[in-house]
Write a protein that binds this ligand. Sequence first.
Ligand code: URA
Length: 431
Amino acid sequence: MRMYDIIKRKRDGAALTTEEINFFVDGATNKEIPSYQISALLMAIYFNGMNERETLDLTFAIRDSGSKLDLGGVKGIRADKHSTGGVGDKTSLVVMPIVASLGIKVAKMSGRALGHTGGTVDKLESIDGFNVEMDAKSFAEAVDKVGFAIVGQSATLAPADKILYALRDLTATVDSLPLIVSSIMGKKLAADDDCIVLDVKTGSGAFMKTLDDSRKLARMCVDIGKKAGKKISALITDMDTPLGNAIGNSLEVIEAIRTLKGNGPKDLTELSLALSDEILYLCGKGTREECRIMSKNAIMSGRALDAFANMVQNQGGNRDMIYNVDLFPRAKFSRSVKAKESGYITSVDAEGYGTASLLLGAGRRYDGERIDHSAGIVLKAKTGDHVNAGDEIAVLYSDRDKFDEAEEKLRLSTIIGERAQKYPLIIERVE
Ligand code: URA
């Protein structure tokens, strides 16, 4: 078999065989296929797509490209929640402690910031001493002992995804449906959880900008998960506006802690409860109504907050910061952004907000750049709110005293007009 022929067939619109897809993924993983040929095939897939069978084959090939996560010693049901990526999305930090406090085992592998979207691993590193690196044995022990552990992506789990993703990022082929589906589900299936709940984002801050594409993404992921024998469902949720009020690493952790204490923003609380209910329901903990009562009680009783603090302490982090958020370091500089005109915030470009936060130091402009954990944005007004000229709409935080570019980006991303236009947060559920 020759890579040249595979590229040519996909370029001409043919469906690739299972053998061809396995040949491609094996060769990419073992570095036998050069990156220019991998990139050429990715572009051909971007333009000509893949049918269901090809997408399933690609997902399974990515899943099988490395070792599976072996958590054989962990007793109980294991669940995971995965978001397709958004701005201000800190739901993992709220949902995972809620379900862990109710006896579900959580072995979470999370990513770092990607483009305009934040990453859970970077957020957690804003807690003093927190360690996101553990070998498989310590990870399994942590999950068994504390019920909940969060680490960075393992190099041995679905390594093909790492190679393909890096090239997609450089060749403008990230936003292709079969490539996103196989990337997400290849990793999720290698992690081998019993239950998976997907939060498929839709809108200006998401990789899938239209509801139609988000529906297709959710449907394909759920179908593949079912074929692999998993209990799986997806919520399609709004990412036309950032989630909660905080964007940036420590600011988001603080907001997640407030939500675990019952004082979080309405949208973040609503989505976190919905995702928790969904996991509990899939794991067979009760009816939907019972699951909602359990999730709410986990917050009200303080048990979810304790589960978070236990996980932090077990991974070397300062537990006291979870109970006293004043211990988080604050940025050296801040700037208040005020509305120049009166009206309703009719729409925002969430991706623009994510980019403004990145410019303040909360994300990476190039691979390996140091992150400023206290940098970011706190929104004082969101889509649908009325503001008067001179009202504060956001506060920017950074350790560099350079705010102009970020402020400009934020202003260009905020449309003030006569009419408020707000979308529902949870758009639909896909089973
Ligand atoms: N998240 C992933 O893991 N992969 C993608 O391709 C997009 C979002």
